[in-house]
Design a protein around this ligand. Structure first.
Ligand code: ZN
Length: 123
């Protein structure tokens, strides 16, 4: 079976997300570290009252982690866009089954179906 995903829809989603991530990386560079609060959904801030030096170190590490994550995500988004172009978008890389629509909606750059993802996470 070929994937029947609505690729136009996902292409738009991916391009929007790509812009958001690219902007986030620009912000990290521009404000390093500064206020990066808007782009940190996946990171959990803890409201510790660290000393100034510790805070600066913490912020720098946070910005670095954020940049690593963002750069990684950008690569995944680009790969997903390439899969749309070559017609394999929405197909699990491991088992070749379609990736569920709900999963793609939540994570348009997903490369594995939920079952293989779980297997991968279990190691
Ligand atoms: Zn699979």
């Amino acid at each position: 079976m070929t994937a029947t995903a609505d690729t136009d829809h996902f292409r738009r989603r991916l391009l929007e997300e790509r812009k958001r991530v690219a902007d986030a990386i620009d912000n990290i560079h521009a404000e390093n570290p500064g206020s990066i609060g808007d782009e940190t959904e996946e990171l959990t801030f803890q409201d510790n009252h660290l000393g100034d030096v510790a805070t600066a170190t913490f912020d720098r590490e946070m910005a670095s982690t954020l940049e690593d994550n963002s750069t990684h995500l950008l690569a995944e988004i680009d790969a997903a866009l390439a899969r749309i172009d070559d017609g394999t978008f929405g197909t699990c890389e491991r088992c070749g089954n379609p990736i569920g629509a709900e999963r793609l909606e939540a994570l348009p750059w997903a490369t594995l179906c939920i079952e293989d993802k779980r297997k991968q996470e279990r190691g």
